[in-house]
Each structure stands twice: as structure tokens, then as C-alpha cells.
Design a protein around this ligand. Structure first.
Ligand SMILES: *Cc1c(COP(=O)(O)O)cnc(C)c1O
Length: 483
């Protein structure tokens, strides 16, 4: 962040007449170089906007004399152009302790996915072209075989995200008729995905059965009638119902549904394809288990525990998946070629499960040894302390992170990091000091996102695989805090 030209209030002021014409501004050597690099349209537009802003200040008598010097004008224009050309979406450092963070882009793409995108997307490819037959193909075919192999499904199709997968599944299988869901599973996922609303949007009538804490087989059986088209289980990904509870599992529910000739769908949310307990992590249900239990359709996300791009995966029995695939809404919800290539590359990593903790960033971060995280914290402590003193104290702390994205909401990941607290924590205004620190961290070239808890700013270092990315910004942080 630089001081905007003209904002200096002291010293001699420039009059509007002291400003150059647009023509003369464009003739400054530094500015002709900008035109050479970026063309006339952008540079002239920005030059005009710069001069207009400065003229307004000059008319108000607040434009500093030095701001109209050619070097200052060229510098101001250069910075304006750089800001216009910088993208809004930027890399940040996720030090929140939540590994799959929805606001920070969820799963990090594996290198294999990035490589495939680069290799395939710059030119034509066989997205919907059957190379064996030499004619039109189906984009689903790129991943269907892999998905079937990995989950044991007969068929698979993919859409834009899991919300779309659920919407499409309900619309295709239960549109205009009734869908039965337990009251304990009417979830709301962040950002307005609420099961009753999705049901309405899909054109199905929601039939709620049971109570918030207990739903029994007989509740489903009684609710099934002439208009029933679908039974549905929804994984309560972001909350738990504890205590006096009862739910009907997929195997029992599948038996009830199939006895009446009805399909059973299961929305898993995160949908890990591998058993996380293999690595000592909390266990999430697997799509392959739900299919084996008798579900006709299982839906899950591509960018949660699967560790790939945004996608909605629909796997299941051939007849059910075919109905979903052929439903007209599918075309509006289909995946783009970029995430589709990334999904294929990500799924292929699962063919080598022993290598996943290296090849899949999500699993690599989730299984990162605590000792290594602690070592990073110890190594960074002195330099972070030096950058934020004397206003803040820094200490090494044990932290509890989470998997994130609504997966396993009550399980915690033991982690380590730094806790920064205002040096005069007892005094009033320490909340403001903490907010100022968080804002300075966010203002860094690669913004650092921590979390505030118990009057401290916590930096969980589980996801900081390259400590230098923080280290190299500490002098900038010091500068920001000194202002
Ligand atoms: C996350 C989630 C969704 C939505 O998935 P997106 O991929 O974010 O669209 C739907 N259902 C459940 C149970 C979820 O956890």
C-alpha cells in the first residue's frame, strides 16, 4: 500500500493549472513505455482518470505540489495500471486451522490436476469426442469408468457441484411426486443450501418423518403412499445429534424402499473415497459403503475430502443414473472442461492409494505430522516476535484444527502454531489492536488469514507447507504495523 498521490496535506499546494494535459502526460518517457507494454486504450483511460482525480484535489486546494512532478505522475500512473491488471482472486495463506476451508477455495488441486489442465486446455481436446468410434461422445465418459471402479457403482455422472447433484437427483427421481426424509436430516449447508428449499426447487414434495432426534423404520413405512417416488438419507455433515437418538441406516432403509419398488438416494456431502482412519484420522462414510448397503444413488462433492475440483458426483445403479443423466436439467448443471480434467486427474490418483498422502494435498495436509508443524512454529517464532513487537507478544501454542467443509464437525486435529496477543492485553482497546493486526496480515501481498479466539490471533501452521511464504513477508508486516 502506497500513499495516494495528492493526499499529503502539508506543504505547498498545486493549482489545477499545474497539471499537465493528457497529451503531455502520455508523452512522458515512462508513460510511453507503459503504452508500449499495454497499448493505448488502457493507459490513456487510466491517465485520464488519474488527472481527473488530481484535478478535483487541486480545485479543493489539497493537492500537494510534488504530486504534479513528472516522476510522481508517472509513478502514480504505473501503480494505477498495476492495480487494474492485478486479479481479484489471489493466493492467500490459510492459517485458520481449517484444512478444507470453503471461503478459501476448499481443496487444493493436486499437481497432477494442474499439469493435466495445462497440457490439455490450451488446445482442442476430446472432451465430447469418442476417439475410438470417431464421432460425438459424452463428457461423462472421461470419468465414469474411474468412478465406477473406485466406488463399485454400475454407472456415474457428474455435475457442477454437490448441490447440483442433489437438486438434479431429486428432480429426476421425485419431481412432481413425494420424497421422504427424516426430520433429523433436514440439513442447512452454508450459503442457503437447505434441504426443504432444495426439495421445493426440484419440484418434489418433501415428506418429513420422525422427529429431530429419533426416526424409526415404521416412520418411513407409514409415510410411503401412492405419490411417493424416493426415499432419501442426508448425511448430517456439519452437526451431530447426540444423546437419545435413533436413525434408520441405509441397509434397512434400502430394504424398505425396494420392497415397495422405490429407489433410495443418499447425499453424503464430503464423500471421502478412502477410509481416513487408515491414517488415524476421524472416519467419514464412504460412497462405496452406501452403495454396498443398497443405496440406488449416492451424491458427494469433488472439492471436500475427495481433494479435487468443484464437482458433484452421482454414482449408483444404472437405471437410476441413466434417468438422472437424461433429465433436461442435467445440461444446465454439467461440468466445465477445466474442472472435469482436474477431476479425472484427481480420481486417477486413487488408483495408487499408498501414494495419496504425497499426491493429494488435502490428505497430505490432514496427515502432516504434528512434530513437523511444531518445528515450523518454533522456527518462525523469533522472527514473528521481532516483526510484531513491541505491540504484540507471540507464543508457541498447541491448537485444535478441523477438517472443514462440514466434514466431521466435532472432531479436532491436534496442531500447533503461534498465538499473538496485544502486549497490553489488560487495557481496554485490545480487541481493536487484535483487529488491526488481523487487518495488517490480510493486507500483505500474500494475505495471511488466521483466526481470533480468546483475545488472541491464532496462526495454525498445519497448512503452511512453505514457511518462507510467511517469513518473507514479515518485514512488510512490520512496516504496516508501524504506520
Ligand atoms: C457440502 C454439502 C452439500 C453441498 O455440496 P457442494 O459441493 O458444496 O455443492 C450438500 N449436501 C451435504 C450433506 C453437504 O455436506
Amino acid at each position: 500500500m502506497t500513499t495516494p498521490v495528492g493526499s499529503i496535506v502539508h506543504g505547498p499546494k498545486a493549482s489545477p493549472q499545474a497539471l499537465p494535459s493528457i497529451h503531455n502526460l502520455l508523452r512522458l518517457p515512462a508513460v510511453t513505455a507503459l503504452v508500449q507494454a499495454h497499448g493505448h486504450t488502457l493507459i490513456a483511460g487510466e491517465a485520464r482518470a488519474l488527472l481527473e482525480g488530481l484535478r478535483a484535489l487541486a480545485v479543493g486546494g489539497t493537492l500537494a505540489g510534488e504530486a504534479v512532478q513528472p516522476a510522481a505522475l508517472a509513478q502514480a500512473l504505473t501503480e494505477r495500471v498495476a492495480r487494474r491488471l492485478a486479479s481479484n482472486i489471489r493466493p492467500v495463506l490459510n492459517l485458520t486451522g481449517t484444512v478444507v476451508h470453503t471461503n478459501l477455495g476448499r481443496a487444493l488441486l493436486p499437481q497432477a490436476a494442474l499439469d493435466l489442465i495445462t497440457e490439455v486446455m490450451a488446445g482442442p481436446n476430446n472432451l465430447e469426442y469418442d476417439l475410438a468410434a470417431g464421432g460425438r461422445g459424452d463428457r461423462d465418459a472421461l470419468v465414469e469408468g474411474l468412478l465406477c471402479e473406485l466406488t463399485g457403482a454400475e454407472a456415474a455422472t457428474v455435475v457442477n457441484n454437490n448441490a447440483a447433484a442433489v437438486l438434479l437427483t431429486i428432480a429426476a427421481l421425485a419431481g412432481g411426486r413425494e420424497c421422504i426424509v427424516s426430520r433429523g436430516e433436514l440439513v442447512e449447508i452454508g450459503g442457503a443450501f437447505r434441504m426443504p428449499d432444495v426439495m421445493a426447487a426440484a419440484g418434489a414434495t418433501l415428506v418429513e418423518v420422525g422427529t429431530t432426534n429419533r426416526t424409526h423404520a415404521r416412520d418411513y413405512e407409514r409415510a410411503i403412499g401412492e405419490r411417493t417416488a424416493l426415499l432419501m438419507k442426508v448425511h448430517t455433515s456439519n452437526y451431530v445429534v447426540q444423546g437419545f437418538t435413533a436413525a434408520v441406516d441405509e441397509a434397512e432403509l434400502a430394504a424398505i424402499a425396494h420392497a415397495r419398488g422405490l429407489p433410495l438416494a443418499s447425499d453424503l456431502g464430503a464423500g471421502s473415497l478412502v477410509d481416513l482412519s487408515t491414517w488415524g484420522l476421524p472416519r467419514e462414510p464412504l460412497p462405496q459403503e452406501k452403495l454396498a448397503a443398497g443405496c440406488d444413488v449416492v451424491t458427494f462433492s469433488g472439492d471436500k475430502l475427495l481433494g479435487g475440483p468443484q464437482a458433484g458426483l452421482i454414482v449408483g445403479r444404472r437405471d437410476a443414473v441413466e434417468r438422472i443423466r437424461r433429465f433436461p436439467m442435467k445440461r444446465a448443471l454439467r461440468m466445465g472442461k477445466l474442472p472435469l480434467a482436474a477431476l479425472e486427474a484427481t480420481l486417477r490418483l486413487y488408483l495408487r492409494p499408498e501414494k495419496l498422502t504425497d499426491t493429494l494435498p488435502t490428505l497430505r495436509l490432514l496427515t502432516r505430522p504434528l512434530a513437523r508443524i511444531q518445528a515450523v512454529a518454533e522456527a518462525l517464532l523469533p522472527s514473528v516476535q521481532a516483526a510484531v513487537q513491541p505491540r504484540y507478544d507471540v507464543e508457541l501454542v498447541a491448537l485444535q484444527g478441523q477438517i472443514g467443509s462440514g466434514s466431521l464437525p466435532v472432531d479436532r486435529l491436534p496442531s500447533a502454531g503461534l498465538a499473538l496477543s496485544p502486549a497490553d492485553a489488560k487495557k481496554k482497546g485490545s480487541g481493536r489492536a487484535l483487529d488491526a493486526l488481523a487487518a495488517a496480515l490480510r493486507a500483505l501481498p500474500r494475505p495471511v488469514i488466521g483466526r481470533i479466539a480468546d483475545d488472541r490471533l491464532l496462526l495454525d501452521l498445519r497448512c503452511l507447507e512453505e514457511p518462507r511464504l510467511l517469513f518473507e513477508q514479515l518485514s512488510t508486516l512490520q512496516g504496516l504495523l508501524a504506520r
